[in-house]
Design a protein. Structure first.
Length: 238
């Protein structure tokens, strides 16, 4: 594919072409951001490995008493299954099938946005393709980014993929209900690894099954909405 995100031969794509690709993406991302802000919607880019529990967290969010309108796009290489799960959970959702692409880009998200009715939404989730490399590079027009990391993935995951963890606003440590069954694995171990590569990034442990940590996760979402509200108020006063 490309060498921008490290998934191709660096001799295939020149620096000039690579910069042009990212410039085009950034322009589309800016349009997405304006589109969302004009509707008072906060966009959140949710990234993580396959099986990290991204869809399950969004399902649990929909089941909670958050009391907000939720919309989402869900990226996958070959199926619409995650989008179907989100719709079944009550989240207005559109699937994006990328074929062989290892990440979503801003233009794909832009096309999906026009298939959604955001009039009743406050939060718009971009469930990215399962990958800890490519998605970290691309701005999609989100207000915040986060990565889901399951306790079953290993405590050293931040050390192996530092760029991803350095570019997010939050780490969701998922499936914490499984910790009693994982010998030698602890929240402290994940926290220590995260602090080595991204000491300023907070981490919240959650379980979509037991509900553990969901209150803290929902509070984080409400804080992003409050931030957006203050920003809109400041813009109107200027």
């Amino acid at each position: 594919m490309c060498d921008t995100c490290g998934c191709g031969d660096p001799d295939v794509v020149s620096v000039t072409v690579r910069e042009n690709i990212l410039a085009q993406n950034d322009r589309a991302a800016g349009h997405n951001r304006e589109h969302l802000q004009a509707r008072g919607v906060v966009g959140i880019n949710l990234m993580g490995s396959p099986g990290a529990g991204k869809t399950a967290v969004l399902e649990a969010t929909a089941r909670s008493r958050l009391g907000l309108g939720l919309a989402a796009v869900s990226g996958d290489l070959a199926t619409d299954r995650d989008a179907e799960r989100l719709r079944a959970a009550g989240i207005q959702s559109v699937g994006i099938t990328t074929g062989s692409a290892c990440h979503l880009d801003a233009r794909l998200v832009h096309r999906a946005l026009h298939r959604l009715d955001l009039s009743g939404a406050q939060l718009f989730f971009i469930e990215n393709v399962g990958n800890l490399v490519c998605p970290a590079i691309y701005d999609l027009g989100q207000a915040a980014s986060l990565v889901a990391m399951a306790v079953t993935e290993g405590e050293d995951k931040p050390l192996k993929y530092p760029v991803m963890f350095q570019r997010v606003d939050l780490v969701l440590l998922t499936k914490v209900d499984l910790l009693p069954h994982l010998a030698g694995v602890s929240v402290a171990g994940f926290q220590e690894a995260l602090e080595q590569v991204a000491p300023a990034v907070p981490m919240i442990g959650v379980s979509a099954t037991s509900g553990e940590g969901m209150g803290e996760w929902l509070a984080w979402l409400r804080a992003r909405l409050d931030d957006a509200g203050r920003a809109r108020a400041a813009a109107r006063s200027d």
